[in-house]
Design a binder for this molecule. Structure first.
Ligand code: UT7
Length: 334
């Protein structure tokens, strides 16, 4: 690698891998479980089916390991050369004990700095900024960043307003110093703590510890004020993407692809209209996976990897619990 050592290294995604469970939960299946129907779910969310990890052994850590191993095998990477394993998730295997060390040990990266990052649906984007900064510092050389969530473990399958949206999945990227001029260019991020009241799992944290009453009331399941969250999501995915274009002097037609968090097709469409890019440039797979939280954007990278060419300009944008949001600009490396 030829670069000026006095300058921070530009980080780049150099490999991707993914895993989704085999079991499919279709809209028709959900219509047997709650008062809903395929037409409502398709037209209000764009979701047709989602994957569910039914095997109790297949928690978030398991899915993260599968995604990581698919990446390592694809590029024939020696896991002992990975010096950071970062797992973005809101559904860790255990509330206390991060999932990343388990994943790192299982894939053979026992010497890595391994930790979880919790930024809900923005987790992958926040992880990418963190990984890029770790590379730019020169202190780390190979960061394995995984977005993984077993949303079915915190979804109430008697609540039609949430159970139709979420699915399970995991995807991984390798972040390394770029060996050309392309890579992670930068991001625009924001937050608003009001989100802790509008989208959360109410009990089980230090604020409202778990007890028998909260369990009986279903307070251990994910809850949201959907309509309000929807408006915040459109507003902030659009405004952070526009701020990013402005910062890097980019026009919408210079963008090759937009990879938006996959929460609702109507949120994606409204964001696209605000940014002003053509529909073909906006990548989606929500129809098949639903909202996999931290896994949505890396799953897009994995599904559409073959379509990207070196130098392609990608905008990644997300909004999620917290609230957290942001948009990142990547020039594709390979
Ligand atoms: O990942 C980041 C965080 N999450 C999000 O970004 C999610 C953001 N929110 C959303 O995607 C949407 O708000 C939902 C998909 C959750 C709901 O869609 P909506 O268009 O906002 O529906 P609504 O909550 O305004 O409800 C409209 C109607 C209501 O009936 P009434 O009061 O008008 O008679 C609901 O009871 O639709 C009803 N409804 C349903 N009907 C059939 C709500 N859920 C369902 C359902 N099937 N599954």
């Amino acid at each position: 690698m030829n670069r000026d050592r006095s300058l921070p290294a530009k980080a780049a995604i150099t490999a991707v891998g993914s895993y989704v469970p085999e079991d499919i939960l279709s809209n028709q299946d959900l219509a047997q479980m709650v008062d809903t129907n395929d037409e409502w779910i398709r037209s209000r969310t764009g979701i047709v089916e989602r994957r569910i990890a039914r095997n109790p052994e297949h928690a978030t850590g398991y899915m993260a390991i599968q995604a990581a191993q698919s990446l390592l095998q694809k590029k024939n990477i020696d896991p002992t050369t990975i010096d950071v394993v970062l797992v973005a998730t809101i559904t860790p295997d255990y509330t206390v004990s991060p999932t990343a060390p388990y994943v790192a040990t299982e894939i053979g990266a026992g010497g890595a700095l391994a930790f979880d990052l919790q930024a809900a649906c923005s987790g992958f984007l926040y992880g990418l900024s963190t990984a890029s900064a770790m590379i730019a510092s020169g202190l780390h050389q190979r960061v394995l960043l995984i977005g993984a969530d077993k949303m079915s473990s915190i979804v109430d399958y008697s609540d039609r307003s949430t159970c139709i949206i979420f699915g399970d999945g995991a995807a991984a990227v390798l972040v390394e110093p770029s060996d050309n001029q392309w890579g992670y260019e930068g991001g625009v991020f924001g937050n608003n703590g009001i989100g802790s009241q509008l989208l959360n799992v109410p009990h089980g944290g230090s604020r409202q510890p778990f007890n028998a009453d909260s369990y009986a009331a279903g307070q251990h399941y994910i809850q949201q004020e959907g309509r309000t969250v929807f408006k915040y999501a459109v507003n902030h995915m659009a405004s952070s993407s526009l701020a990013l274009l402005d910062r890097y002097n980019l026009t919408a037609d210079q963008i090759n692809y937009v990879l938006p968090h996959q929460a609702n097709k109507r949120i994606i469409d409204a964001t696209r209209e605000a940014i002003g890019v053509e529909e073909e440039k906006v990548l989606t797979n929500i129809a098949h996976y639903g909202n996999t939280t931290a896994a949505t954007i890396p799953l897009l990278l994995s599904d559409f990897e073959q379509q990207f060419s070196p130098g392609d300009r990608l905008i990644l944008t997300a909004f999620g619990g917290g609230f957290t949001w942001g948009a990142a600009y990547i020039t594709w490396n390979y």
